[in-house]
Design a protein around this ligand. Structure first.
Ligand SMILES: [Zn+2]
Length: 62
């Protein structure tokens, strides 16, 4: 049995990962950030949490 944990991260400015903040994709302007090198990111993250059982089928030996 797993528990579903939902987390919302409000919009915030990040370095564009497509162009690493350069604003360029090769010789053209990066389409993700339109040349600014930064993007606004907003996320909804769903995490499934399952109890760890030592020796269980999903249990790694620690
Ligand atoms: Zn970019």
């Amino acid at each position: 049995m797993s528990v579903k944990v939902k987390k919302h991260i409000d919009s915030h400015v990040c370095i564009c990962r497509k162009c690493s903040g350069t604003g360029l994709a090769g010789s053209t302007i990066c389409t993700h950030c339109e040349g600014s090198g930064r993007v606004v990111v907003e996320s909804d993250i769903i995490t499934y949490v399952t109890p760890y059982r030592h020796g269980g089928k999903n249990g790694a030996v620690v």
